[in-house]
Design a protein around this ligand. Structure first.
Ligand code: SAH
Length: 485
C-alpha cells in the first residue's frame, strides 16, 4: 500500500511510544501520531512515509480513548512541554511503569520472574502540577509588544504564557513585573534572528522548604545601552536610559512576595544555551537556600539542582534506604552534581566521596558540606570513568590488607548512562551494594545487563519515581546486591 503526503487516514491508537506519541496501524503499516492517545479513534493526515512506518498529524479525535482528559493548561498542545497532559494521571503512571519494566525486560534481559519480585509500583505525586522549583521564560517580541512565554514548536517565536502550570504561583507576578518594567523603560527584548535586543530569558528559582525566590535576568550585555554594543533597531527609539535601570528593576522585584535576590546573567552568544558565564548580583545575596532532608543547600542561578523537590526527597530517601548505612561505611557517589546525594548520605555513613565533571558544581558541593558541618565528605572533579579507575589502581599498588574497602557505590549518571570503563571498575571494586539512580530506563537496562553479566550481583529492588508528571520522563532507582555479602 502506498501513502501520499497529506492523505487523510482514520485509525485507532493502540499504543504509546517512548516519547509519548500515539501509535496506530492501517493494515500492517505503523503510524506515529503526536497528541493522540491509546484508545482514541482519530483522523490524521500523512506527514512522512518510511518503508513500513510513517508519521501523521492529528486532525480530529473521532472518539476519545478511556485515558483522555481535558488538559489543565489552555496552551498544553501548542507548548508541547507537557506531552502527556491530555492523559489522566493514573494512566501516565501506568505508562511510565510499563516503560521501565519493558526496558528492563527487553534491553536488560531481566527475567519476568525476577521483576515480579523486585519491581515496585511507581511513586507518583499527590498533586502532579506546580511541582517545578525552576522556570525559564524566554522573552521576545510579538506583534503586540514584548512578551514572555514559550517558543512555538521548533521556532523562536514566543507564545505568551506567564503562568506555566508546572511552575510555582509566584512566576506570574514576577514575569508580569519584568514585562511592565521593560515596557515603561523601553527595554528591548532579545531577537533570536538578528542577535540584537537585551532581555533574553527570565529565570526564576524557588526553595520549596525556605520559600525563598530568586529572579535572574538573562541579558545580551551588561546594560541596555552604553556597552559599545549595538542593540539593533529598537535601541534608537529607546533613548536616555538610566544606566542603573537594572538596579531599578531589581528594587521593584524585591518587593514581590518571596523574592530575596535578583541576579543578572550575561549571555552575548548566539546560542540556545540559556545562561552565559558571567553573573552579577543586583540585590540580595546572589543565591537562595533550600533544604533536602535537613541538609541546607545554597543555590545560585547556575547551580544544578533537582527541579522537583517533593519527589527528590522520596528519591533520595529510597537511595538512603537501599544504601543500608549503619555509620561506618565508605560510599562513592558518582555523578554527584552539587553533592546533594553525597551530603544526604554522609550523615549516616563513615565516609563519602563524590565525583563530578563540572568544577563549579564541586565548588558548590564543598561549600554546602562546610555550611552543614559535614566533614566526612570529599569531592573530586573529573570524569567518573577516569577518577574511579585511577583511585582503584592506586589502591591496588598498596600492600594487601591496607587497601580500602568500598561498601556502597551510588551512581546517578546523565541520560546516556555510565561509561563501560566506569562499570568495569565498579565491578572490580566489588562493593556490597550498588545503588543506580537513572533518568533513562533504556540506558539503565543496558548498564544493568553489564553489571549482572558475571553473576556476582543480584537485582534486589527496582523503584520508579515520577519526578516529571505530565511528561514522558521517569526516574528509576535500583539496588544491586553482591552475593554472599
Ligand atoms: N546526583 C546529582 C546530579 C545528577 S545529574 C543530583 O541528584 O543532584 C548527573 C550529573 O553528572 C551532572 O551533574 C553532570 O554534570 C555529571 N556528569 C556528566 N558526565 C559525567 C562524567 N563522565 N563523570 C562525572 N560526572 C558527570
Amino acid at each position: 500500500m502506498e501513502y501520499r503526503k497529506n492523505e487523510v487516514l482514520e485509525m485507532e491508537i493502540t499504543d504509546l511510544g517512548s516519547e509519548g506519541e500515539g501509535i496506530g496501524r492501517t493494515g500492517a503499516f505503523l503510524w506515529f501520531v503526536k497528541d493522540a492517545l491509546p484508545g482514541d479513534r482519530i483522523r490524521a493526515s500523512v506527514m512522512k512515509v518510511k518503508k513500513n512506518y510513517g508519521y501523521a498529524r492529528l486532525q480530529e479525535i473521532l472518539a476519545p480513548g478511556p485515558d483522555r482528559t481535558a488538559p489543565a493548561c489552555p496552551v498544553a498542545r501548542q507548548c508541547g512541554g507537557c506531552t502527556l497532559q491530555a492523559m489522566d494521571y493514573t494512566a501516565q503512571l501506568r505508562f511510565k511503569e510499563n516503560k521501565v519494566r519493558n526496558n528492563l525486560l527487553r534491553i536488560g534481559g531481566i527475567p519476568e520472574e525476577t521483576l515480579q519480585e523486585v519491581f515496585h509500583p511507581v511513586i507518583g505525586m499527590k498533586d502532579p502540577f506546580r511541582y517545578r522549583n525552576k522556570a525559564q521564560f524566554p522573552v521576545g517580541n510579538t506583534k503586540t509588544g514584548v512578551a514572555a512565554g514559550f517558543y512555538a514548536g521548533r521556532t523562536h517565536s514566543i507564545i505568551p504564557c506567564e503562568d506555566c502550570l508546572l511552575g510555582v504561583e509566584e512566576n506570574k507576578a514576577i514575569t508580569k513585573e519584568v514585562l511592565s518594567w521593560m515596557r515603561e523603560n523601553r527595554i528591548p527584548a532579545y531577537d533570536e534572528e538578528s542577535g540584537s535586543g537585551f532581555v533574553r530569558h527570565i529565570l526564576i528559582r524557588k526553595g520549596f522548604q525556605s520559600g525563598q525566590v530568586m529572579v535572574c535576568f538573562v541579558t545580551n550585555g551588561e546594560k541596555p545601552q552604553g556597552t559599545g554594543k549595538s542593540y539593533g533597531k529598537d535601541s534608537g527609539k529607546s533613548s536616555g536610559k538610566d544606566p542603573d535601570v537594572m538596579t531599578g528593576a531589581a528594587e521593584r522585584l524585591m518587593k514581590l512576595p518571596g523574592v530575596v535576590t535578583v541576579v543578572q546573567n550575561i549571555n552575548r552568544e548566539r546560542t540556545n544555551v540559556i545562561l552565559g558565564r558571567e553573573s552579577r548580583t543586583l540585590a540580595g545575596p546572589g543565591f537562595i537556600t533550600d533544604s533536602i532532608g535537613g541538609t541546607v543547600f545554597e543555590i545560585s542561578a547556575q547551580s544544578f539542582y533537582q527541579v522537583n523537590p517533593v519527589q527528590t526527597e522520596k528519591l533520595y530517601g529510597t537511595a538512603l534506604e537501599y544504601a543500608h548505612l549503619t555509620g561506618n561505611e565508605t560510599v562513592w557517589d558518582l555523578y554527584c552534581g552539587i553533592g546533594t546525594i553525597s551530603l544526604f548520605l554522609a550523615k549516616k555513613a563513615g565516609k563519602v566521596r563524590g565525583v563530578e565533571i563540572v568544577p563549579q558544581a564541586i565548588e558548590d558541593a564543598k561549600r554546602n558540606a562546610a555550611r552543614n558541618g559535614i566533614s566526612n565528605a570529599e569531592f573530586f572533579v573529573g570524569r567518573a570513568e577516569e577518577v574511579l579507575p585511577a583511585w582503584y589502581a592506586e589502591q591496588q599498588r598498596k600492600p594487601e590488607g591496607t587497601r580500602e574497602k568500598i561498601d556502597v557505590i551510588v551512581v546517578d549518571p546523565p541520560r546516556k548512562g555510565c561509561d563501560e570503563q566506569c562499570l568495569k571498575t565498579m565491578l572490580a571494586m566489588a562493593p556490597d551494594r550498588i545503588v543506580y539512580v537513572s533518568c533513562d530506563s533504556a540506558t539503565l537496562a543496558r548498564d544493568l545487563k553489564y553489571l549482572l553479566a558475571d553473576g556476582r550481583y543480584t537485582l534486589r529492588e527496582v523503584q520508579p519515581v515520577d519526578m516529571f508528571p505530565q511528561t514522558v520522563h521517569v526516574e528509576t532507582i535500583v539496588l544491586l546486591q553482591k552475593l554472599n555479602s
